[in-house]
Design a protein around this ligand. Structure first.
Ligand SMILES: C[S@@+](CC[C@H](N)C(=O)[O-])C[C@H]1O[C@@H](n2cnc3c(N)ncnc32)[C@H](O)[C@@H]1O
Length: 368
């Protein structure tokens, strides 16, 4: 058995927990933004390609070591099999975090870890590091005097699926977009509308969810360069994931007022392999106000923090009216414009989420 930590965004923990379970991991602990689990080594590749809601998948080297002094800390770090874990010549990046612990000086924790690793590998003070060969990121987590040593198996955050070459203004993180689709309760055979689609993130994530496509199949992961991991592990998991994909007929509508942005969204959808599943169009949202809509609205209107020039209150009043008028329109919007819920007597279920550090709410219309 191997121990892992999958980090996520605040508000997505329950969804992340569910996807770990679904892929066969055994959850051992859940904290804010953190799901600890164990499983076979295959889970390293499987969770990296399958996680829709996670940020980074860490391999946990040492758990549960209680300590309050630097000598013990040094010895525990030194005791790890660094020759196995660190590819020869790789740059070693160490980041320490300390919460409610006697050893609170994170710069000392980092410096001592580096020293312990160098001593273990070369028996000297300095490692021979060349970041052109690659780098390995080690996280030291001290929490309530418990030490955890973690290896970043993902590399860059898992929300970066690799399909979004470029974005429009104020893009949603892909894991947040995927979260909205699930939280909305969208039924895949029903229409789904994103009427402020920007780079198309919500529609693309929705199509991938509906088709059961693993979101990480188009990117690379840090662990691919680790010699202690069986070479074809990722390949095998990708092959398996491909057998689980399916085609279907979907009614996903993704529109934005900017034509250039729609062209970009189409390109992103093509990279993601779901362009045939989405109807893109250049359209002002006001055209929807004149139509009868049924199905699901999952959208991210301009809310003023980054798109100053849009008429934010008016747009939110109109969306509120749209949701009220169309009794068969479910779902809702993600926004930081908290006056939204005051614009009509429509009842919403609110979920606090963070998009790149910005606090927003997903307002999901309550069904009668
Ligand atoms: C917050 S961004 C959406 C970002 C998107 N979720 C993404 O991941 O890229 C809001 C979008 O609303 C669009 N927009 C602004 N006014 C609009 C209008 N009147 N009708 C339709 N779209 C509009 C902007 O062009 C922008 O792309």
């Amino acid at each position: 058995m191997h121990n892992f930590l999958l980090t996520t965004s605040l508000g997505l923990e329950s969804l992340t927990k569910h996807e770990v379970n679904k892929q066969g991991g055994t959850i051992t602990e859940v904290q804010d933004k953190a799901i600890y689990f164990n499983g076979e080594i295959e889970m390293m590749a499987r969770m990296n390609i399958w996680s829709r809601f996670g940020n980074i998948l860490y391999y946990v080297l040492d758990t549960e070591s209680q300590l309050t002094d630097f000598d013990t800390y040094f010895d525990i770090v030194f005791a790890q099999d660094w020759k196995k874990y660190i590819p020869r010549g790789f740059a070693v990046m160490i980041k320490a975090t300390s919460i409610k612990s006697d050893l609170g000086a994170t710069s000392t924790l980092q410096a001592l870890a580096k020293k312990a690793i160098a001593k273990k590998i070369v028996g000297e003070k300095y490692l021979d590091e060349d970041d052109r060969l690659g780098k390995i990121e080690i996280r030291i987590l001290m929490e309530n005097n418990t030490l955890r040593i973690l290896l970043n198996t993902s590399g860059i955050g898992l929300h970066k699926r690799g399909y979004r070459e470029m974005t429009g203004d104020a893009p949603l993180k892909e894991n947040i977009a995927a979260g909205l689709v699930i939280l909305s309760g969208w039924k895949f055979r029903e229409p789904l509308y994103d009427i402020f689609c920007g780079s198309g993130t919500i529609a693309i994530e929705a199509a991938m969810i509906a088709r059961n496509m693993a979101p990480g199949m188009k990117r690379h992961f840090a662990f691919e360069k680790w010699s202690w991991i069986q070479e074809n592990l990722l390949e095998q998991e990708i092959k398996l994931a491909k057998t689980k994909e399916f085609e279907g007929e979907y009614k996903i509508y993704s529109t934005d007022i900017r034509h250039d942005i729609i062209e970009l969204a189409k390109r992103n959808a093509k990279f993601a392999g779901v362009d045939k599943n989405i109807n893109f169009g250049t359209q002002d949202y006001v055209t929807y106000l004149r139509r009868e809509l049924q199905g699901w609205l999952v959208s991210n209107p301009p809310y003023g923090l980054r798109l100053e020039d849009a008429n934010v209150p008016k747009i939110h009043e109109d969306i509120s009216e749209l949701l009220k008028k169309n009794s068969n329109l479910k779902g809702g919007i993600i926004t930081a414009h908290t006056d939204f819920e005051t614009y009509s007597n429509t009842k919403y279920k609110k979920r606090k989420l963070y998009n790149g550090g910005e606090m927003c709410y997903f307002y999901k219309k309550e069904q009668n």
